[in-house]
Design a protein around this ligand. Structure first.
Ligand code: SF4
Ligand code: SF4
Length: 341
């Protein structure tokens, strides 16, 4: 039997500040919020068995036509026969974003708390390691579970290196780290060498002035130097493990010249993989447009098509991230295939 449902509701844990969400892409829903699993969370043990019991109820409700309120209108809901899809009790994806300190000041940031190295001596958040270790030990997390470190800045999280080492030693094969690359981390470098860690750095421009306008700090040269150093540490077998990202920001880097300059810089730096996304704010800003036909969404499509064309010419692999994906879905236009994936 076909019904409207989304797999993310059931098999993801997103540790985000003091919340655990099922996903973090709820910005495209009617409520503009994510499906909450726990709030006021501070690192307490998780009863994974209970979690799956609750999730099964959500799936059953979906089968009976009742979608959680926070998911209503989401573009990721799909009509299909879900009954036999991934029925085992495994977590597919874990987002580690409980820490929020950052040494960057990005215009598009939705989560950071500013970092002051002189004052900030104590961790501002809980140690997540016992929770993750428990799930690994009990088999809810397997080597195929994808781990994603997002912001704040992971290199400022006091438990980062220990956690990364635990994941690598547990054989987790797919660990994605989003870092601003202002601080060079030996632990990330070692992870890249194992082939289990992929690093993604948002640089957003190939020009110093624009980069610093978006990031709010003067770190352009240092960041590109660190990216190149990380890139050199990968082995032949882990060719795609360092990527850079471009996030389109309205009235700052939303033009073809910036995109072209950025790709040229990427090519010169020897990076083989890029990602393209758009600032979250555009969805918050334009979601009230009931027909989803705001000209800015169309502009994102035009810029994406330009980006795709240039990346192909430069023979750089690319991926289109969820806000770009959402623009295509909203305007009901077919998204270009990802190149090289
Ligand atoms: S339906 Fe949308 S908001 Fe709900 S869990 Fe899935 S992706 Fe997240
Ligand atoms: S690097 Fe990430 S966490 Fe830091 S300010 Fe930028 S977007 Fe926010």
């Amino acid at each position: 039997m076909e019904y409207l449902y989304c797999e993310k509701m059931n098999r993801q844990l997103c540790f985000n500040g003091s919340y655990i969400y099922a996903c973090t892409v709820g910005n495209n829903t009617k409520s503009n919020s994510n499906l909450i699993i726990k709030e006021n969370y501070n690192g307490e043990p998780i009863d994974a068995e209970q979690f799956f019991v609750e999730r099964e109820q959500i799936k059953l409700d979906a089968k009976n036509g009742k979608i959680p309120e926070n998911c209503e209108g989401c573009h990721y809901l799909q009509l299909r026969d879900w009954d036999n899809v991934a029925a085992d009790r495994k977590i597919d994806y874990i987002l580690i974003s409980n820490y929020k300190r950052c040494n960057s000041r990005c215009i598009y940031c939705i989560s950071r708390t500013d970092y002051n190295p002189k004052k900030d001596k104590n961790p501002e958040t809980y140690n997540i390691i016992p929770v993750i270790k428990d799930m690994i030990d009990k088999g809810y997390v397997s080597e195929d579970t994808k781990f994603d470190f997002a912001g704040g800045e992971c290199t400022l999280y006091p438990y980062f290196e220990e956690l990364l080492t635990l994941l690598i030693n547990s054989g987790i094969k797919n660990i994605i780290i989003h870092s601003n690359a202002i601080i060079y981390s030996k632990a990330i470098e070692n992870g890249i060498k194992t082939g289990m860690v992929s690093l993604c750095v948002s640089t957003d421009s190939g020009r110093k002035r624009t980069h610093e306008k978006i990031k709010g700090v003067r770190t352009y040269d240092k960041v590109w130097k660190n990216i190149k150093k990380y890139n050199k540490s990968k082995s032949q077998q882990t060719n795609n493990s360092v990527s850079v990202k471009y996030i389109v920001v309205e009235n700052v880097n939303d033009n073809e010249k910036e995109i072209y300059d950025w790709l040229r810089k990427v090519k010169k730096s020897g990076i083989k993989t890029v990602r393209f996304n758009a600032d979250n704010d555009i969805f918050i800003k334009y979601q009230n447009d009931k027909n989803y036909n705001h000209p800015y969404l169309a502009k994102i499509i035009v810029l994406t098509e330009f980006f795709v064309k240039c990346a192909q010419v430069y023979d750089i692999k690319y991926e289109l991230d969820y806000n770009v994906d959402a623009a295509y879905k909203m305007l009901n236009i077919k998204k270009p295939d990802c190149f090289g994936y």
